[in-house]
Design a protein around this ligand. Structure first.
Ligand code: SF4
Length: 315
């Protein structure tokens, strides 16, 4: 019987899912495996944190060997997997939750935008568990991602509702992939990062990352991991800095209205003391200087050179 596992159902490539449901041997890269292992190791700690916060949890540890398996039949096979936990608290019963560890950038973006917008693959995963759980008679009132920031150990829970339309689309996609005898095109959900995180890249002739390293007229084509990692790191650093700037702007917008415009000079909150210091500054207006004294510009010019690294996604 073909099996669509909830943990991969949100992957944005139909072809990847086809290889998976047809039992092709997948090759998980070492970094992805380490990320998975760290996530699995942290799960019991997170369950403790949830319990300390008053949640009553039913934890289902393990992956393939987990005690509770939830699968539901669909045309051509079955769909489901092993949910991480059910949790309940006063006024918030029957929450089906998955625990995810994230790096700083990912956590900040997810917390700001929410699971449905920022991590739709997690929402799809939980929908599959919930679909199978409901069929088995488990009450499911809410879905949730419990996110952990690996850099700071911050924890945040994002709740959302089960969406029948979403689940219907997941089932339609899965049934369509079950029916195919040959690997399909990736489909319109494909994301630029998909091939680099694909366990089936070595089977796939469409993989964009199977490139030999060669230089052509100053342009290098390579999959050298050091270079690939450095580019990803630079991209991540820029996104982090952009997210940090947006957070700072959000915070300042509140403080401008609630503190500065009220004439307040200092705020004490118990944990923090915020001081407002007015700074007057003046700056040299080089544009006006150039206009006023074009003949002097050359005398004050200092030549230097630097390189701008700009990153865009490959077509
Ligand atoms: S290598 Fe890329 S196109 Fe091929 S199956 Fe994987 S994600 Fe899809």
């Amino acid at each position: 019987m073909k099996v669509m596992n909830a943990s991969r159902v949100g992957f944005p490539c139909d072809r990847n899912l086809w290889y998976a449901v047809n039992n092709y041997a997948g090759k998980v890269n070492k970094k992805s495996q380490r990320i998975f292992d760290v996530g699995a190791a942290i799960e019991p700690v997170v369950i403790d944190w949830l319990n300390q916060d008053g949640w009553i949890t039913f934890y289902n540890p393990g992956s393939q060997e987990a005690e509770l398996e939830l699968y539901a039949p669909i045309e051509g096979g079955k769909i489901g997997g092993h949910p991480d936990c059910f949790m309940s608290r006063q006024n918030c019963d029957n929450v089906l939750a998955d625990i995810k560890t994230m790096n700083e950038r990912s956590f900040i973006n997810w917390k700001r935008r929410g699971t449905l917008e920022d991590k739709p693959q997690y929402a799809d995963q939980l929908h599959c568990y919930a679909y199978a759980a409901k069929r088995e008679g488990f009450p499911v009132d809410k879905l949730a991602i419990v996110g952990i920031n690996k850099n700071t150990s911050d924890m945040h829970i994002d709740f959302f509702d089960y969406d029948y339309m979403r689940m219907n689309k997941i089932i339609e996609r899965s049934e369509r992939i079950f029916k195919l005898d040959t690997p399909p095109e990736p489909g319109d959900r494909i994301e630029s990062w998909a091939c680099s995180y694909c366990d089936y890249a070595e089977h796939c002739e469409l993989c964009k990352h199977k490139r030999d390293t060669h230089v052509d007229n100053g342009a290098l084509k390579t999959n050298d991991p050091d270079i690939v990692n450095a580019i990803e790191l630079l991209k991540e650093a820029r996104e982090l800095s952009k997210a940090g700037k947006e957070l700072e702007d959000d915070a300042k917008a509140v403080l401008d209205v609630r503190v500065r415009q009220q004439g307040i000079k200092s705020v004490s909150t118990g944990n923090y003391i915020l001081d407002l210091t007015e700074i007057k500054s003046s700056r040299f207006d080089s544009t006006s200087f150039k206009k006023a004294h074009p003949e002097m510009i050359q005398d004050f010019m200092k030549n230097s050179s630097s390189v701008v690294y700009s990153i865009k996604e490959s077509a």
